[in-house]
Design a protein around this ligand. Structure first.
Ligand code: ATP
Length: 249
């Protein structure tokens, strides 16, 4: 079974990474694909550009065998409709069950997504929530309530029996972290450390993302980062991440 964890990842933080790993382990998935949206259709446009968000995600999961970065939405460009992503994964994976991971907030708005009724035909849906919490389906639309009634299962083992079509609630480690919070801290000149991997925080500082001010920070905390061929680079906010990566090859 393949898990799909989509997001804007602007930037990726531990509230994405730990629940992704929790779901993979709890449901015994073979893979967990972290899929950054090129252009998220259902929300405000990201602050960091697609290459920067992809680079931060790769830095966050680098070396973690249980999480993989899948860049198909970046390669496809245009609006990143999940139904298109699931269709391309279905084409590649044959009969393999696909499991789309959604936070409860995202699931309750599923019926606003492009061609949303095709999504349960392409994948199971795993709705993540904090332990002990109940999903309030009364706030969902009648169509989503009907989907829930028809498709919900409580036994994770039932997912392996079909390619798609089930919905399951899955408790994950509660981490009240949002990318909005991380961006606000950085813009305010405060540290977001311990909310996200240090590798991501270092990239934010190196490239001056989210209004990070190198001038203020350099006085107290100069960044030294090893990249590519082990050269130690000083803070440099004037280059883009892609250039820096190529330089290291
Ligand atoms: P923003 O604050 O910019 O809206 P975000 O932190 O919510 O961003 P997204 O990239 O929009 O992050 O989220 C991608 C997916 O991760 C969604 O399914 C969302 O429900 C889930 N998610 C985000 N933050 C958490 C968290 N702290 N715990 C569990 N799931 C989360």
């Amino acid at each position: 079974m393949i898990g799909i964890f989509g997001g804007t990842f602007d930037p990726v933080h531990f509230g994405h990474l730990r629940p992704a790993l929790d779901v993979k382990q709890a449901l015994g998935l073979d893979e967990m694909r972290m899929i950054p949206a090129f252009q998220p259709p259902h929300r405000a446009q990201p602050v960091a550009n697609p290459g920067q968000r992809l680079t931060m995600l790769r830095a966050a999961v680098g070396g973690e065998p249980d999480l993989q970065v899948d860049n198909r939405e970046m390669l496809r460009e245009g609006e990143s409709f999940m139904v298109d992503t699931l269709a391309s994964l279905r084409n590649e994976s044959g009969d393999e069950p696909l499991c789309l991971i959604l936070g409860a907030d995202a699931f309750l708005k599923l019926d606003e997504w492009h061609h949303w009724q095709e999504i349960p035909e392409l994948a199971h849906i795993v709705v993540t929530h904090r332990p002990g919490w109940q999903l309030d389906m009364n706030v969902a639309s009648p169509e989503l309530q009907a989907l829930w009634r028809e498709r919900q299962v409580t036994d994770g083992a039932r997912l392996a029996a079909s390619q798609a079509g089930r919905i399951i609630l899955q408790a994950v480690t509660p981490l009240e972290i949002s990318a909005t919070q991380v961006r606000a801290l950085v813009a305010a000149g405060k540290s977001p450390r311990y909310l996200l991997p240090d590798a991501v925080w270092n990239l934010i500082r190196m490239h001056g993302l989210y209004g990070f001010s190198a001038i203020n920070d350099a006085k107290n905390n100069p960044v030294k980062t090893k990249m590519g061929n082990n050269r130690v680079l000083r803070v440099n906010t004037g280059t883009n991440i892609q250039d820096k990566q190529n330089e290291g090859r």
